[in-house]
Ligand binder design. Structure first.
Ligand code: PNS
Length: 160
């Protein structure tokens, strides 16, 4: 079965990659889908930049591709032939939000969501933390892939 791993990915981190790699151990094909979260008002990277950064971060993973959600996640998932949504869970606060999303997505489409516990040394990091550390001059290169570290450094040098 083909799984979709959706997210804002602003930018993709090694925490996201851990979930993507483990989703790929469970499902034959994985589509990483960049979407817009209407609750997140500010972003460092625009949608196409985020897609490009994901593409660079997953290029060592055959069977994993990236796409851009251009409407509802479930419509995009169906159009791309994905039978299941995979989301990583870090803390209880993630669960409250994700449970609500999973219920509505199943209700309107029949597509189920499978939760994977975040794991590994980067289990609790977030894109927000990466943006904040970088904005204050910190080094995030341990937590993101080299293409993402370079892109963040460029944004910071442009004052963004
Ligand atoms: O990384 P995030 O912010 O948790 O990702 C959230 C995302 C982009 C997966 C979610 O907001 C989403 O699915 N957006 C697409 C529009 C949609 O289907 N929204 C759900 C309707 S309530």
């Amino acid at each position: 079965m083909k799984a979709i791993v959706p997210g804002s990915f602003d930018p993709i981190t090694k925490g996201h990659l851990d979930v993507i790699e483990r989703a790929h151990k469970v499902f034959d094909e994985v589509l990483v889908a960049v979407g817009r979260n209407s609750q997140k008002k500010s972003s460092m990277f625009d949608a196409q930049e985020r897609v490009d950064l994901v593409a660079g971060a997953i290029d060592h993973l055959p069977g994993v591709e990236v796409g851009l959600i251009d409407g509802l996640l479930v419509d995009y998932a169906r159009a791309q032939g994905c039978g299941v949504i995979v989301k990583g869970l870090r803390f209880a606060s993630d669960f409250d939000y994700e449970l609500q999303m999973a219920h509505i997505n199943t209700h309107v489409s029949g597509i189920e969501t499978v939760f994977l516990p975040a794991g590994g040394p980067y289990a609790t990091i977030s894109s927000t933390m990466m943006r904040e550390i970088a904005a204050y001059g910190g080094d995030v290169s341990e937590f993101v892939t080299p293409n993402v570290a370079e892109a963040i450094a460029r944004k910071v040098s442009q004052g963004k």
